[in-house]
Design a protein around this ligand. Structure first.
Ligand SMILES: C[S@@+](CC[C@H](N)C(=O)[O-])C[C@H]1O[C@@H](n2cnc3c(N)ncnc32)[C@H](O)[C@@H]1O
Length: 314
C-alpha cells in the first residue's frame, strides 16, 4: 500500500447523517458505495446495518482500494472492488448481483488525492501534472496541455471550468510550452497567474485545475453512465444518493432526476401527450441538501457539497 495512504487519518464523510437517513431503507439490504475512497461513508453505513447486510465499495483509485481492503478486512459484509463506477451494471452482473437496495455516489476527489502532491490535483502543492484518479484514464493533464491545439485547450477550460478568461489562459499556455514543456502544477499555476493577474487568481486557478481534472477522468461521462445504470439495478423502493461538489455535476444529477421523475417529455406546445413516458424515480429532496455551518467549520472541504436523492418506483 502507498505509504502516505497508510498514514492517512480517517476520512471525514460529508453529510453522513443525511446519507444514512436517505439511503438505508432496510438494515439487511445490499448497498453500493460507488466512491468508497477512504471508506468514511461505508463505515458509517455499516454502523447502521445488520450482520446480514452487504456493502460493495467501488473505487477507481488503486490506493483507495488497497486502503479500504485493509480497513474492512475483518468485516465479512464488505466487498471492495477496483473499478470505474461507469461500469456499475456489468460489474454487478459479474458478481451475480441483480438488484440493490441503495447506491451512494460521493463524487470528485478524496482529501487523500488532493493532499498527495504526486497526483497533481492541487495548485497549492508542487507535483507532476498528472490528475488521473486511476489507471483507467488514457492521458495526464500535462499530455493534454503540451499537445492539444490552443483553441481546444480554451474550449476545455470554458466547458469544464466555466472560466471566462479561457482564451487568454490557453494562449499563455501555448506560448509557454513553446519555450519549455509544462510539467508541474507550479508550471501551470505560474502561467495562469501571469495570464490573468488581479484579485481573482485563486478562483481562476481552481477553475482551470477543475477543468483539467474533469476531462482527464471523464467525470461527466462516467456520471451520466452510472446514473443510467443505477436506475436499472435499483430494486423498487431502492434509493440513489448523490453528493456533488461543482455545478456541472449537480446540474447533471438534477436534470437526470427530473427526467426520470417526469411522466411526459412532449414539447411544451404539443396539444396532447403522445410520448407515453412513465416515471421511474421519485425525487426525495426538492432542493439539494447542503452542509450546515458547524459541518463546514469542522470539515471545510464539505462546503461545496450538494446532496440529491431519489427513489426507484415501479
Ligand atoms: C470524495 S471521495 C469519496 C470519499 C468517501 N465517500 C469517504 O467517505 O471516504 C471520491 C472517491 O471517488 C473515486 N471516484 C471518482 N470517480 C470515480 C469513478 N468514475 N469510478 C470509481 N471511483 C471514482 C475517487 O477515486 C475518490 O476516491
Amino acid at each position: 500500500m502507498n505509504e502516505s495512504y497508510a498514514n492517512y487519518s480517517f476520512h471525514t464523510p460529508v453529510l453522513a447523517p443525511q446519507v444514512v437517513e436517505l439511503l438505508i431503507t432496510r438494515r439487511d439490504g445490499l448497498y453500493v458505495d460507488g466512491t468508497v475512497g477512504g471508506g468514511g461513508h461505508t463505515r458509517v453505513l455499516l454502523d447502521h446495518l445488520d450482520d446480514t447486510a452487504r456493502v460493495i465499495g467501488i473505487d477507481q483509485d488503486p490506493e483507495a482500494v488497497a486502503y479500504c481492503r485493509t480497513q474492512f478486512s475483518t468485516d465479512s459484509r464488505v466487498l471492495i472492488v477496483h473499478d470505474n463506477f461507469r461500469d456499475l451494471k456489468s460489474l454487478l452482473e459479474a458478481k451475480s448481483v441483480e438488484k440493490v437496495d441503495g447506491i451512494l455516489l460521493d463524487l470528485g476527489v478524496s482529501s487523500h488525492q488532493i493532499d498527495s502532491a504526486s497526483r497533481g490535483f492541487s495548485f497549492q502543492q508542487t507535483g507532476p501534472l498528472d490528475m488521473r484518479m486511476g489507471s483507467f484514464q488514457p492521458s495526464t493533464a500535462a499530455e493534454i496541455l503540451n499537445t492539444w491545439k490552443g483553441e481546444d485547450i480554451a474550449n476545455l477550460i470554458w466547458k469544464y471550468g466555466e472560466e471566462r478568461q479561457s482564451r487568454r489562459i490557453a494562449r499563455a499556455i501555448v506560448r509557454s510550452r513553446e519555450a519549455n514543456p509544462i510539467r508541474t502544477t507550479d508550471d501551470l499555476a505560474r502561467i495562469v497567474r501571469g495570464a490573468v493577474g488581479g484579485r481573482y487568481q485563486t478562483k481562476t486557478l481552481a477553475r482551470v485545475f477543475q477543468a483539467l481534472r474533469v476531462h482527464v477522468n471523464q467525470e461527466l461521462e462516467a456520471l451520466e453512465k452510472v446514473l443510467r445504470d443505477s436506475v436499472e439495478v435499483l430494486k423498487t423502493g431502492g434509493r440513489l444518493v448523490v453528493i456533488s461538489y461543482h455545478s456541472l455535476e449537480d446540474r447533471l444529477v438534477k436534470q437526470f432526476f427530473r427526467h426520470e421523475a417526469s411522466t411526459c417529455v412532449c414539447p411544451d406546445d404539443a396539444p396532447l401527450c403522445t410520448c407515453e413516458k412513465t416515471a421511474r424515480m421519485r425525487i426525495l429532496v426538492s432542493k439539494p441538501i447542503t452542509p450546515r455551518d458547524d459541518e463546514i467549520q469542522t470539515n471545510p472541504r464539505s462546503r461545496s457539497a450538494r446532496l440529491r436523492a431519489a427513489e426507484r418506483i415501479t
